[in-house]
Ligand binder design. Sequence first.
Ligand code: GLU
Length: 287
Amino acid sequence: MPVTRFAPSPNGPLHLGHAYAAIVAHDLARAGAGAFRLRIEDIDAGRRRPALIAAIHADLAWLGLAWDGAVTVQSQCLPRYHAAVEHLRALGLLYPCTCTRAEIAAASTAIGPDGPLYPGTCRGRDVAAGGDVCWRLDMVRAVEGAGGALFWEDTLAGHQRASPAIFGDVVLVRKTAAGANEPSYHLAATLDDAADGITAVTRGQDLFAASHLHRLLQALLGLTVPRWHHHPLVVEADGRKLSKRRGSPGLADLRCAGVDGRALAEDLRRGILPAGLSLGPGVGWRA
Ligand code: GLU
């Protein structure tokens, strides 16, 4: 039985793209008599807005989407993330880095899924590991440590050979503006998907590349391997994904204006979108 999840970050109000993502995850679970789980990805202390969590609950209820079990809230799972960091550190796969964004941008020669690839400046350097560092994965050693080629399955795009090296020496522990350390999205999401027993990771096409890295982290941390379902994104006429900042209405606005959420969810299921919006392409996406 599939166990899926919807994992919004409460950094801004949910919009129609989130509604579509939640419906895909919910319906996949229900179609297989499985479970649909809700996870609040609120580890970014600088951007999270805790007041939005109640609105997320209300938006899902308005769409007619009920989740199963307790809600996972990432800010309450920090010890688990730290234990995984210690494990990777003990394997000799993490190193501290003091480089600024500007230094990296100036020295980088290639772009990865998360931005300029890290040029490796601090790898092998003797950096004092205080609070003012981030921790990076030594990608070459990590791939070696995984012991051979890794593979993963996407229900739409098919069989994939994992290529985590596209991320370079990715940050797994961020440094915050306040000088504290926080696990990165990649680390926390991978750990939670395993801890929550997710068997089908459903999320938007924009996170397809992340799964190459998550597959590596699963191998290094001895986690169960789910399958993935990267669905197309709801896009605007210019092909860009929705954003509240660019004027896409929030679900809470629609809800408060008296729009029927269940009828809206039915339309989204049928691919009927408000004027000017459409479903974007996906790798291997089939209409
Ligand atoms: N928290 C991410 C977002 O709101 C989704 C991450 C995921 O589904 O893995 O875009």
